[in-house]
Design a protein around this ligand. Structure first.
Ligand code: ACM
Ligand code: ZN
Length: 756
């Protein structure tokens, strides 16, 4: 269907049935579609103050979108007008971003009290006009009354791990504007690069903006190139970006990381570290041990930097980082230990809190506020600080209960550096699995908060960390379409129960992205699969579906590439022997998805009953014990699915084979990914039993042995009359110093216990 046809089809559909849906994202708060049409044509006039940025923006956008060149006039009696009306005097009951659009046959009236509202209205209007070069566009008559729920509707971009040009940063700001985001969190400094010119400290960019190599492949592979890489923004460029965003009513919040993620700065000025260096700008992703030392000179240095930053960015909040600060240097630093004594600080967390509180005092004295990642709660929150909750929503809940403002950005729903489709079909990503439907299900206001506490939730934002994202096209791919889902969540009109309605609108926006040559993930068209135990028999059932419909899937069982002539999927497949299933979704004979490919290893324990002594945690519980015997081995490179995860606890699994039989071999897969806090276990033991009363130990493997075979542990044996197999896997425990997440509980990830 062409977009034009879709539009009229929907229009007809709406008038006939729902009266309440056009492909708008975010969906407005209220909208009534009425009879009649407004014709947008070259004679249509824009009636507004001539110097209005909003009117000029609208004029230019309509011209780019349709080719129509509308005139801006201050008054007119003409028959076809778009009127930008500002209420005078400004109505105090109207929030800044509130607007109305009223479309009648001769007039399209935008009403707002503030330019922010008019700008939001223009974004809505631009979504009502197809991207097409035509003489006349027919818009439905309607009334829209709209305003957002949350005041912080953010997107973040990490320009430290990879550098993005001013041109792309402006494009990124345009994308935010399209979907009514109002906050751009600009991550400007990190271990791997310092990206903002600071006049008083030129070495920050002369030295700190350049590294002599980067990681290639995933962190866990520990491979590097030796290419010099870098870049930075001059203060003039920063001003240009801030002004560009400001015109679009987007606040740029700069992030200057401290006390951790500071190695690029320390490479330039090693005197502000604990050891004195020397350091080189980080080549390795993750968390590096060298951090700012809380000396007087360091505070002077950071305050001088912040003075320049504050002069460049008019935002109310300055983000000071605060996350992932290893304490190992402070523990071994005489200055730090002495300072802890004189300031009566009980531990290094309190030293971190002391650090942040000093910086807060300085920033507050300049009339601004600090926001930091949720680690700033540890050791005591600075009195006026806002918290950005990334390690789940718990930090945000704790902060709101302490009457501190909160921006929610939990890894589970808001990390757009995670996979959004089957990792096999996606570019290399950090890890995790955050499909668009999951983003859409997010509620930034946790149920744990009272109405009073909930007022401290400013909103949410998605984070785009760029360790694995080097190009603008790749950034686009990671944010689209997920930022559409987040935009509706933040506008306050999302309804996870009506995801299908959202998805329908989102797919219509794909044609907008196509026409604007914006890259996006088509993962929603992917064939998704679920595996289930096969009742009363060996093997499993394999269920295929797409987000579109259950129709249109073709598959093969012999490893061949599916075509639209391959077997047609109609019911769950019975997988009784080891084989590979490949499936593709076809629409009118054209492949709409990549291949979904699944290898099955069917063995003696497949679909057998598994009892778990401890339950798995978080996102890694799906399928429960069955996951361990579902015939699918967890993929070592990609750990979004098919693994059971245990945070801090052991895996103790007992499998009932159903009857007594001979066992020749047992196997289990384990994962190590320290960057994601996942560690091989300390120890693993295989046991067998005839009757569940008495277990015989077959073999125990130490951590060294587990590491040696990279987590794929096999034991050959010759045991007869065995009905029960038990595997005990001892969690690594606490993440050691010097590693990402040091001091937190390690995850244990296990999958497929094979018995042959
Ligand atoms: C973070 O992702 N380290 C805030
Ligand atoms: Zn120190």
């Amino acid at each position: 269907m062409t977009s034009k046809f879709t539009f009229f089809f929907l229009l007809f559909f709406n008038i006939a049935f729902s009266q309440n849906s056009l492909p708008l994202i975010p969906q407005p708060k209220t909208m009534q579609i009425k009879d009649g049409n407004f014709s947008l044509k070259k004679e249509t006039l824009i009636v507004a103050d001539e110097d209005s940025f909003e009117a000029q923006y609208l004029q230019k956008a309509i011209q780019q979108q349709t080719g129509l060149q509308l005139k801006i006039v201050t008054a007119s009696k003409a028959d076809s007008k778009i009127i930008l009306k500002q209420m005078h005097p400004i109505d105090p009951y109207w929030s800044k971003e509130r607007y109305n659009i009223s479309i009648s046959p001769k007039e399209l009236i935008i009403t707002a009290s503030f330019n922010q509202g008019a700008f939001a209205a223009i974004q809505t209007l631009l979504q009502l006009i197809p991207l097409d070069k035509k003489e006349t566009f027919v818009l439905p008559c309607l009334n829209i009354h709209d305003e957002p729920k949350y005041t912080w509707r953010g997107m973040h971009l990490d320009c430290a791990r990879h550098f993005f040009s001013v041109d792309f940063v402006k494009k990124y700001i345009d994308y935010l504007a399209m979907y009514k985001f109002n906050t751009f969190h600009w991550h400007l400094t990190d271990d791997q690069g310092w990206r903002i010119e600071i006049k008083q400290y030129p070495k920050l960019t002369e030295v700190g903006a350049w590294r002599n190599g980067s990681m290639i492949g995933h962190y866990n592979e520990q491979r590097y190139d030796d290419k010099r890489y870098g870049g930075f923004y001059t203060q003039d460029q920063i001003k240009e970006v801030v002004a560009y965003a400001q015109q679009r009513h987007i606040t740029v919040v700069p992030e200057i990381e401290m006390p951790g993620h500071a190695v690029a700065a320390l490479a330039a000025y090693p005197q502000y570290s604990c050891t004195g260096g020397p350091f080189e700008v980080g080549k390795q992703w993750g968390v590096l041990d060298d951090v700012f030392c809380p000396k007087e000179e360091t505070f002077t240095f950071l305050e001088n930097i912040l003075t320049e930053v504050i002069a460049l960015f008019p935002s109310q909040y300055i983000h000071i980082g605060g996350d992932e600060c290893p304490k190992i240097r402070w523990k071994n630093c005489p200055h730090c230990q002495n300072l802890m004594k004189t300031e009566r600080l009980n531990d290094e967390h309190e030293l971190q809190s002391y650090f942040i509180q000093r910086i807060e005092k300085f920033v507050n004295a300049k009339g601004r506020k600090i926001i930091g990642w949720d680690e700033i709660l540890e050791g005591g929150l600075a009195p006026n600080a806002a918290v950005m909750s990334w390690r789940g929503t718990e930090g945000g809940i704790a902060a709101a209960k302490q009457k501190h403002y909160v921006v929610m950005s939990p890894g589970s729903h808001c990390y757009f550096d995670h996979y959004q489709g089957d990792p096999k079909n996606e570019p290399l990503a950090f890890g995790g699995y955050t499909p668009v439907e999951k983003v859409y299900s997010f509620n930034p206001t946790p149920k744990e908060l009272s109405t009073e506490e909930a007022k401290y939730i400013l909103g949410a934002q998605a984070n785009v960390w760029t360790e694995y994202i080097e190009t603008p096209k790749h950034v686009e791919y990671m944010i689209f379409p997920r930022m559409m889902a987040l935009s509706e969540v933040l506008w306050g009109t999302s309804n996870p129960e009506k995801y299908a309605d959202f998805q329908n609108r989102m797919i219509q926006h794909f044609s907008i992205l196509d026409k604007k040559a914006i890259n996006y993930s088509r993962a929603i068209f992917e064939v998704t699969a679920e595996v289930m135990p096969k009742p009363g028999g060996k093997g499993v059932l394999y269920l295929l579906k797409t987000n579109q419909s259950p129709i249109g899937i073709n598959y093969t069982t012999d490893g061949a590439q599916p075509t639209n002539q391959s077997k047609v999927y109609s019911q769950p497949l019975e997988i009784a022997k080891s084989q590979t299933i490949k499936a593709i979704y076809f629409e009118k004979g054209t492949a709409k998805s990549n291949i979904t490919e699944q290898q099955f290893h069917i063995h003696k324990a497949t679909s057998c009953l598994v009892s778990l002594q401890n339950q798995p945690n978080g996102n890694y519980t799906k399928g429960g014990g069955f996951t361990l015997v579902d015939g699918i081995k967890g993929d070592k490179a990609k750990f979004g699915q098919h693994w059971l995860g245990f945070s801090g606890t052991d895996l103790i699994a007992t499998i009932d084979l159903g009857n007594k039989q001979k066992i020749n071999r047992m196997e289990i897969g384990l994962l190590s990914s320290p960057s994601s806090w996942i560690y091989f276990p300390k120890k693993i033991t295989f046991w067998v039993s005839e009757d569940l009363m008495k277990f015989e130990e077959v073999k125990t493997f130490s951590l060294e042995e587990i590491q040696k075979c990279n987590g794929q542990i096999t034991v050959d044996c010759d045991k007869k009359n065995i009905q029960f197999v038990k595997v005990t896997v001892e969690n690594f425990g606490t993440i050691p110093d010097g590693q990402p997440g040091a001091g937190n509980k390690a995850w244990l990830f296990a999958d497929e216990i094979t018995v042959e």
